[in-house]
Design a protein around this ligand. Structure first.
Ligand code: FNR
Length: 383
C-alpha cells in the first residue's frame, strides 16, 4: 500500500522516515559539518533549465546505457552504502535482488552488512564492489581477491575518505554497529516497534566483510576512523590497478589534474562525487564538474556522477552535461526502508519512468542523442 501511494522518491523518503528510528534516519540523511554540500547538491540540479525540442517523434525512447562496457537498462548504478541492514533487515541482499532483474548494476560497499559471497549467492546480476583502502593492506588485498572470485564485474575505489567526515548527527545519536542500547536509542526504538522486531529477528548485524568486527562492537565513527588509512596515495591506486584486472572506477575525484593522473594509471571510469555531502563539507556539487571533466578526458573513460540525484530529470541533466551515467545512494535506501526489496524496485522504477518522460518531453529518442545535443537542451543556470 505504501508503494501504491509512492509516486516520487520523496514519497518513498517520507515512508522510510516513518519506519526508521531517529538514529537510522539521521545516519542516512546526514551530511558533514554544516550540511552545506548536502543542500547545494540539490540546488545545483534545480538550477538547471531545460530547452525542449518539439515535434519530434518520441514514441520509441531508448534509455539503455553502456556502463563500463556492460549494458545497463538505465544510465544508473546503485552506489555503495554501508550498514544497509540497519535500514531493512534484508539489507544488501534485498537491494541486489531488486537491481538484477531490472538490469542495473549494484555496488556493494566495503562497509556492507552482508558479505561479498552472500550477495553474489542471491544475484546473478551485474555486481560491483567498492573498496576503501584499509590500514591492513592484507585485508584490502583479500577483499579484492574475494570480489574477483565471486565474479564482481567492476571495482570502485573510493578516494575521498582518507579520514571520515564529521557527521554530527551520528556523533550525537551514538549510532553503532551492531546497535547498542542507551536511553536515547531505547526511546527511539520503542517508538518504532516494527523496525525493532525485524532487527531482533534478524541475525546479528555486523560488518560482514571485515573479519573480527563481530567481536568488537564499536561506534561507527570510531571504527571507521581506526580502519581508514590517511596515508593512502597514488601508489596504492597503482597497486590496486595491478591487482584488479577487470574494469575499475575511482570515486570521489574533483581536481582535473587528479582525473588526468587516474586516467594515466589506467582506470576505466571516474565517479565525480562529494559522497552525498558526507565528507568535505562545501565541496563543489559534482554535477557542476561534469562538462569540464568531459572535455579533459574526451571519450577515453566513462564519467559517472552522483550526490543529489532525486528525479529521473536529474539523470537527464547529468547525461546532457556529459556524464555516461549516475550513481544514486539515498534514493534506493528510501525504497529499501519503505518496503524492502519491492521498495528498491519502486525507486528504480520511478527514476526510470521519470527519465523516459523527461527524454520524451525534451524530444530525444536516446541517451546518445541527449548527450550529443546536451548543450542546447540543458542550460546550467537559471540566473
Ligand atoms: C554512502 N556513501 C558511501 N560511499 C562509499 O564509497 N562507501 C560507502 O560505504 C558509503 N556509505 C554510504 C552510506 C550512506 C547511508 C550514504 C547516504 C552514502 C556515498 C554513496 O556511495 C554516494 O556517493 C552518495 O550517496 C550519493 O549521493 P546521494 O545519491 O545519496 O545524494
Amino acid at each position: 500500500r505504501v508503494l501504491e501511494r509512492s509516486r516520487t522518491i520523496e514519497d518513498l523518503r517520507r515512508a522510510a522516515h516513518r519506519r526508521w528510528p531517529p538514529g537510522v534516519r539521521d545516519y542516512v540523511e546526514g551530511g558533514a559539518d554544516g550540511e552545506v554540500s548536502l543542500q547545494r547538491n540539490r540546488d545545483a540540479y534545480e538550477r538547471h533549465s531545460f530547452l525542449p525540442r518539439t515535434l519530434q517523434d518520441v514514441s520509441d525512447v531508448d534509455t539503455t546505457a553502456n556502463l563500463l562496457g556492460m549494458r545497463s537498462a538505465l544510465p544508473i548504478a546503485l552506489g555503495p552504502t554501508g550498514y544497509t541492514r540497519m535500514m531493512h533487515e534484508r539489507g544488501e541482499s534485498a537491494v541486489a535482488r531488486a537491481a538484477a532483474p531490472l538490469g542495473i548494476p549494484y555496488t556493494l560497499s566495503t562497509m556492507a552488512t552482508t558479505s561479498v559471497e552472500d550477495v553474489r549467492a542471491v544475484s546473478a546480476g551485474n555486481l560491483w564492489f567498492q573498496l576503501y583502502v584499509w590500514r591492513d593492506r592484507g585485508l584490502m588485498r583479500d577483499l579484492i581477491a574475494r570480489a574477483a572470485a565471486s565474479d564482481y564485474q567492476v571495482l570502485m575505489l573510493t578516494v575521498d575518505t582518507p579520514v571520515t567526515g564529521l557527521r554530527l548527527r551520528d556523533s550525537r545519536t551514538g549510532f553503532t554497529i551492531p546497535p547498542q542500547l542507551s536511553p536515547s536509542t531505547i526511546l527511539g526504538m520503542a517508538a518504532h516497534p516494527a523496525w525493532c522486531a525485524r532487527m531482533l529477528a534478524a541475525k546479528q548485524i555486523t560488518f560482514a566483510n571485515i573479519p573480527g568486527h563481530q567481536a568488537d562492537p564499536a561506534g561507527v565513527m570510531e571504527f571507521a576512523a581506526a580502519q581508514f588509512d590517511p596515508t593512502v596515495s597514488w601508489d596504492d591506486l597503482a597497486e590496486i590497478r595491478e591487482l584488479w584486472r577487470r574494469p575499475m572506477i575511482v570515486k570521489g575525484l574533483a581536481q582535473p589534474d587528479d582525473v588526468r593522473r587516474a586516467v594515466d594509471l589506467g582506470v576505466d571510469a571516474i565517479a565525480l562525487s562529494n559522497h552525498g555531502g558526507r565528507q568535505l563539507d562545501q565541496s563543489v556539487p559534482p554535477i557542476d564538474l561534469v562538462s569540464e571533466i568531459r572535455e579533459i578526458v574526451s571519450d577515453s573513460v566513462d564519467i559517472l556522477v552522483d550526490s543529489g540525484i532525486r528525479r529521473g530529470s536529474d539523470v537527464a541533466i547529468a547525461v546532457a552535461r556529459g556524464a555516461t551515467g549516475c550513481l544514486v545512494g539515498r534514493p534506493y535506501l528510501y525504497g529499501l526502508g519503505a518496503a524492502g526489496e519491492a521498495g528498491v524496485r519502486a525507486a528504480i522504477g520511478i527514476l526510470g519512468d521519470e527519465l523516459r518522460r523527461a527524454m520524451q518531453l525534451l524530444g530525444v529518442p536516446s541517451l546518445a542523442a541527449l548527450a550529443a545535443d546536451g548543450r542546447t537542451l540543458v542550460h546550467p543556470a537559471s540566473a
